[in-house]
Each structure stands twice: as structure tokens, then as C-alpha cells.
Write a protein that binds this ligand. Structure first.
Ligand code: F0G
Length: 481
């Protein structure tokens, strides 16, 4: 994406790629959309693609691949053991991170499982800037405790703090001084997911790692969203302004003992894995790969995806490639702000995040504002987002509700997938919905799984608010879809 100045003064992100394969989309009428979300138990995870126009659920495994990635898939080596594809991927990771060893896994959470099973014991404390759903589930399943040590600014919805994903270094120091003997590692999520794709600064990453190492504690980087974080370090951080993307990546990886990632995000393919500097740590985790994932040279991944990931990792070191997501997200966020719609600022990576607490302040947190807003945005525009609020939390051990620190609706921006006119459509429908926000009501569970309930839980509206929304839509848009 280029910083091209338009003669007419407009500030638009300009694509430095062209589209060569397309997929037809359907836009269902509003009545069908309301029916579909009801069939899906008011949970956007349970919608089917035929009913979705703009799928902004996630950027996971749904980014557009490049011509070079597709071409690379043709040379994939299918050997069960000793595949040349594995060697190419390992070499690319070595080139980028400087790591000697690589353990493949079928996706990011499988890497989390391996790391958690190796290091977490009942009572272990795992400090992190912020948790991710699957990470926390793996750690707590084994009796570990997650301690979030984010800077206070991190959960402020409106802010101009450039690195809201940063660790509070004083809190980290204090916790490690007191409890380092029950802390096997600290986990650094760069960039963060659940607080709106917000990055950490290079300086904060380095300092956090230094503190951990001073107490003999390992450092683990979740690099799933590293591409966005690199973009923000490069564009926002004075300390890093003279470093190339490759140099920044090396500076980070030199401070890490273990780097894991979801290849569905980092690398624009589908898979994951763990990159490790030391042989000792590699050997401690190695046997879990054939037991849970697949043989050591594919780890449950398709070799074609591994080839695409190798090229995708290479392309991640190109500012023209990694800037597309953040610049589209900034465009969408800035336009929504102009229309007074409450959003998370500054714009981060991953997606544009609507602040459900201020969008529909009349819906109590116990009635899941972020989930209700997800359903309403889908009804209003066929746009599928993801609830990132209380529904995404786990209940406390005593069964009480754990109210989320923030109630967000994430509208992910899969890279190079949507056009600017599609983004403008989303802005238009969300703005309309904001003007009609009083019609939106809350939700309650009718089926609630005990873990990761946001995936399969089914809910219903607490009042017949979806019908009112359809009537308002017809009043304002006539016969339009
Ligand atoms: N860590 C982070 C920061 C993630 O965002 C994800 C996935 C994972 C780990 C797990 O990786 O999906 O390959 O198993 N995030 C997806 C999302 C699910 O939609 O944000 P995975």
C-alpha cells in the first residue's frame, strides 16, 4: 500500500496489487438475514457462508494469497518424513527469526497446546500482556493461572497511545520478583488480539524480555499478529525508525526463547508452529508433535500450505504487503469516527473494532452488548463480525459471569480481500445502525457450553428487537437489499 497523494486532497489507501481470482458473493434480503441469525442462535460463528455478504469474522486463514504463494504450492514435496518443503520452511524461519529449530503444528492453538503441556503445571503463573482465548484455555486446562500485565492505557477504548499492547514493566518486575519460581515463562502477544489489534513497541518487548531473563524466566512470543505489529513499530516508534522490517524482526527474536505463531495469520496460509533457538528447549517439546500433530516434518499441515507459508513469511518482510491491512482499518475507523460511531482508537491491526458499550449503552453487560451488536450488524448489512466481549470470556470457577474489560465487535479485515467500495458499504450500514441504535436489545443464552462458549453457544433476543430493526430498515431503504 502506498502513501500516494491524490490531487483532489482525498486520503485513500491505494492498493499495490491487482485482483486475478474472484469469488462471487451473495447479499440476502434483510428478512432472510434476520432469519439466518436466528437459525444460528444469534451467534455469528454459526452462520453459513451463503447468507453472508462481507465476512469480517476473522483474518484467520482467509487472507488473499499472492501469485507467488499459489505458484509455490505446485512444488510441494509430499514425503511423510524428510520433506524438502519442511526444509524450505525451516530455512525461511531461520532467515527471518534466526532460529535453528522448528516444530510444525496444524495451527496456532496446537503450538499453544505443546508449549502449555511442556511448561505449565498446576499453580504455574503465566504473565502476559493480554490473553487470547485459546491460549488461556490451554493454560487453565492444565491448572495454570494467567496474569495480565497490560499498561492501563491498553483497555481505554479511546486513546492516542500508540502502543496499547505494551506490558506494564513495573507490574512485570514486581510479579517476577515475588513469584519467579512458579513462573515458567512470560508470554508476549505481539500484536494483541482481544484489545483491538493493538501493538507493543520494540522497546517494550526488549525490556519485558530482559526483565524475564534477569529472573531466569523464559520468554515466549506469540507472533500470530506480528506482521501488523511490525508495521506499527516501523511507522510509530522513533526508537525503531532507522531499522528495516527484517532488522526489527531480528531484534525481537533475539530476545525470545520460543516463538510460536498461527500460520493462518502470519504467513497468509493455514498452519502454525514453534521456532526455537536452543536445542534443549526443542527436545523438551519435540515428542508432542508426532503424538498430537503429525510427523516432525509436516505436523498436521498440508505441504502445499507449508510452501505458501514460506513465501508468505518472505512477503511479510515487505512494507507494501503488510501495510494493506492497517491502512484499510485506519480508513474504516477514521470514517466511522467522522460519523460519530464509537470505535477503538488509535486504529490497530487485525480489524476495525466497534465499542459496543457506547454503541448500545442501554444494553447491560449481562445481556452481552458485543454479541447483540454482532447480530444487529449482520441483520443491517449481511456483515459478519466477531463478538469480543463477555461471551468470549469463561465463567469463573463458581459459575458466575466474568464480565469482560471491554465489549467490542471486531470487524476483521482479511488482507487484500475487500475493495474500498465494500468497506464503504460496511461504514454506511454501521452508521445507519448507529442512528437506529435504540432499537437494539440484549441477548441471553439458551445453550451454553462450559468452555469456549463463544464458538457453539446459542442465544436468543431478550425482546423482539430484530423485528423492529427489519421494519426500520424497510422504512429507510425501501426495496434495497
Ligand atoms: N494467538 C493469537 C494472537 C491469535 O490471534 C490466534 C488466533 C491464535 C493464537 C490461535 O491460532 O487459530 O491458528 O489456532 N486467532 C484467530 C482469530 C482464531 O480469529 O483471531 P489458530
Amino acid at each position: 500500500m502506498a502513501e500516494i497523494h491524490f490531487h483532489n486532497g482525498e486520503q485513500l489507501p491505494l492498493e499495490l496489487h491487482k485482483v486475478r481470482i474472484v469469488q462471487k458473493l451473495d447479499l440476502q434480503p434483510v428478512e432472510r438475514r434476520a432469519e439466518a441469525i436466528s437459525e444460528a442462535g444469534f451467534n455469528t460463528f454459526l452462520l453459513f457462508n451463503k447468507d453472508i455478504f462481507l465476512d469480517m469474522l476473522t483474518d484467520s486463514g482467509v487472507n488473499a494469497m499472492s501469485d507467488r504463494q499459489l505458484a509455490s504450492m505446485m512444488i510441494a514435496d509430499d514425503s511423510y518424513a524428510g520433506s524438502a518443503t519442511f526444509t524450505r520452511l525451516t530455512e525461511k524461519l531461520k532467515e527471518i527469526f534466526g532460529t535453528e529449530y522448528f516444530l510444525p503444528s496444524h495451527q496456532g492453538r496446537a503450538a499453544e497446546n505443546i508449549i502449555a503441556m511442556t511448561f505449565v503445571r498446576p499453580g504455574s503463573i503465566i504473565p502476559m500482556n493480554y490473553h487470547f482465548t485459546t491460549t488461556k484455555a490451554h493454560i487453565t486446562r492444565l491448572g495454570g493461572i494467567v496474569e495480565e500485565l497490560l499498561v492501563d492505557e491498553g483497555v481505554k477504548i479511546e486513546s492516542n497511545y500508540p502502543f496499547k499492547g505494551n506490558f506494564d514493566l513495573d507490574k512485570l518486575e514486581r510479579l517476577l520478583a515475588e513469584k519467579h519460581d512458579i513462573i515458567p515463562f512470560i508470554r508476549i502477544e505481539a500484536g494483541t488480539n482481544l484489545i483491538g489489534g493493538q501493538p507493543l513497541s520494540l522497546e517494550n518487548i526488549e525490556k519485558s524480555a530482559d526483565i524475564a531473563h534477569r529472573y531466569g524466566v523464559l520468554t515466549v512470543l506469540d507472533a500470530s499478529l506480528l506482521q501488523d505489529n511490525l508495521y506499527f513499530i516501523k511507522t510509530r516508534e522513533e526508537y525503531a525508525k532507522d531499522l528495516s522490517l527484517r532488522e526489527i524482526t531480528r531484534r525481537i527474536s533475539e530476545k525470545m526463547d520460543i516463538i510460536y505463531f498461527s500460520g493462518r495469520k502470519l504467513g497468509f496460509a493455514r498452519g502454525g508452529g514453534i521456532s526455537i533457538h536452543s536445542k534443549e528447549l526443542y527436545l523438551r517439546m519435540r515428542e508432542l508433535v508426532p503424538m498430537f500433530e503429525g510427523f516432525l516434518t509436516y505436523g498436521g499441515m498440508s505441504v502445499r500450505e507449508m510452501e505458501a507459508m514460506t513465501v508468505g513469511l518472505d512477503e511479510t518482510m515487505d512494507m507494501d504487503v503488510i501495510s494493506q491491512g492497517p491502512l484499510f482499518i485506519k480508513y474504516m475507523t477514521d470514517e466511522l469516527i467522522r460519523n460519530n460511531v464509537p470505535v477503538v482508537t488509535p486504529p490497530g491491526g487485525l480489524g476495525c473494532h466497534l465499542d459496543a458499550s457506547r454503541f448500545i449503552p442501554h444494553v447491560r453487560q449481562e445481556e452481552y452488548p458485543a454479541g447483540a451488536l454482532a447480530a444487529a450488524v449482520y441483520i443491517a448489512g449481511g456483515i459478519r463480525g466477531m463478538e469480543r466481549g463477555t461471551i468470549s470470556e469463561q465463567r469463573e470457577p463458581d459459575g458466575s459471569e466474568h464480565l469482560a474489560a471491554v465489549e467490542l465487535l471486531r470487524l476483521a479485515m482479511p488482507r487484500r480481500v475487500f475493495t474500498l467500495s465494500q468497506v464503504k458499504y460496511a461504514i454506511d450500514r454501521i452508521t445507519w445502525l448507529y442512528e437506529n441504535r435504540n432499537l437494539i436489545g440484549g441477548l441471553r443464552f439458551v445453550e451454553e457450553p462450559s468452555s469456549l462458549r463463544f464458538f457453539f453457544g446459542r442465544l436468543e433476543p431478550v425482546s423482539p428487537w430484530p423485528e423492529k430493526l427489519i421494519a426500520a430498515f424497510r422504512r429507510d431503504f425501501g426495496d434495497s437489499l
